[in-house]
Design a protein around this ligand. Structure first.
Ligand code: FES
Length: 358
């Protein structure tokens, strides 16, 4: 009886519940997981993309090997490798006609995009530029990546999209004057729709100031990068010439095409050269004193140019992380399917290294 009576009261309360005023909702504590304001939530992405593009541009200008043809990692060797896998090989061949200008343009554009994005100045224009650059990289350098998500450029394309569509979020220089931020669409308004003149002038001045900062940073990075390598390069070239001169009377040259002085290859290290037979980058190695070998620098996965790691005597591919043993070229870590091919070299009696053309 008692329980049946209690159940009846509960059922009655339940029936009454919909009629109560819903004051409990307004007094409830907000959820700890309430969604953040999208204008704030986008900031980590904006900072990451801006900093990454700025660093990428500065790094290119600071790397003295970036513009040096025949050196693995240079713009020339990257274009040479990309032409085989690009979705738009014609674009790559066009860039190959002026690789230094192309590489410098890319570096400066990356710095501009990075600064504009971090500071939120002309932010949607900068983001549109970042998206275009990423798209170009995807269609040229990383289009052959498989699975497709191994290539980072496709990820960058979509990472830029929220900033292009939704703007830079809070704490942008575009908002300093309390006006709506200029956007990509504003740059290409239909004729007759005026663009606020003061807005263009003020933001143009700020952009020029920021560009000045970017150019100064790029120049400083380039100067420091070259100064850091000037010492070893001078020593290497000096050693090379003396080595060639000192051994010129030792004996006849080896058959094949000379690629440089043997003394230019440090013991336990590697020196980059262009394989005269293929026109592609390769490495000459002297892992044991007096014993010279050479390997192609073209990764057998997607054709990126590998880097030599003296620390563990390996070649590492920057694209998808393949690792090769420098001694025999075998794959230590995939996804590369096969070893780095050997290039036949020999030391001539004149102290130079020769690639055997036969
Ligand atoms: Fe993919 Fe080298 S190109 S690991």
């Amino acid at each position: 009886m008692t329980s049946s009576g209690g159940g009846g009261q509960v059922a009655k309360r339940r029936r009454q519940a919909p009629d109560r005023p819903q004051t409990t909702l307004s007094t409830a504590r907000p959820s700890r997981w309430a969604p953040l304001d999208p204008q704030v939530a986008v900031l980590p992405l904006r900072l990451f993309l801006g900093v990454t593009f700025f660093v990428a541009g500065v790094q290119k200008l600071a790397d003295p090997n970036f513009f040096r043809a025949g050196v693995p990692g240079s713009i020339q060797s990257q274009l040479h490798a990309a032409v085989h896998t690009a979705a738009l090989p014609g674009m790559v061949r066009l860039a190959e006609h002026a690789p230094v200008a192309f590489g410098a343009t890319i570096a400066v554009a990356e710095i501009a995009v990075g600064l504009g994005t971090v500071c939120g100045l002309w932010a949607r224009v900068a983001s549109s530029g970042g998206l275009c650059l990423s798209l170009v990289f995807f269609l040229t350098v990383s289009f052959g990546s498989w699975p497709y998500y191994y290539g980072s450029d496709i990820v960058f394309v979509f990472a830029w999209t929220p900033l292009v569509l939704g703007g830079p979020g809070r704490y942008a220089l575009d908002d300093l004057r309390g006006r709506p931020a200029p956007d990509a669409a504003a740059m290409w308004r239909p004729a007759g729709v005026p663009v606020p003149r003061r807005m263009v002038l003020s933001r143009g001045a700020a952009a020029a100031a920021l560009a000045g900062v970017g150019v100064a940073a790029a120049a400083a990075a380039a100067a420091v990068g070259r100064a850091r390598t000037a010492g070893p390069e001078a020593a290497a070239s000096g050693g090379g010439s003396s080595g060639a001169g000192g051994s010129s009377s030792v004996g006849p040259p080896a058959p094949g095409t000379p690629i440089g002085p043997a003394s230019g290859v440090p013991v336990g290290g590697a020196e980059a050269f262009t394989d005269p037979a293929t026109g592609q980058p390769a490495f000459a190695l002297q892992l044991t004193a007096g014993h010279f070998t050479a390997r192609s620098a073209i990764c057998t996965h997607q054709g990126c140019t590998v880097q030599f790691s003296q620390q563990d005597e390996t070649f590492v591919c920057p694209c998808h992380g393949s690792v090769f043993d420098a001694r025999d070229g075998r794959v230590l870590q995939g996804p590369a399917p096969s070893p780095l091919p050997a290039v036949r070299i020999a030391e001539g009696g004149d102290g130079r290294l020769y690639v055997d053309g036969g």
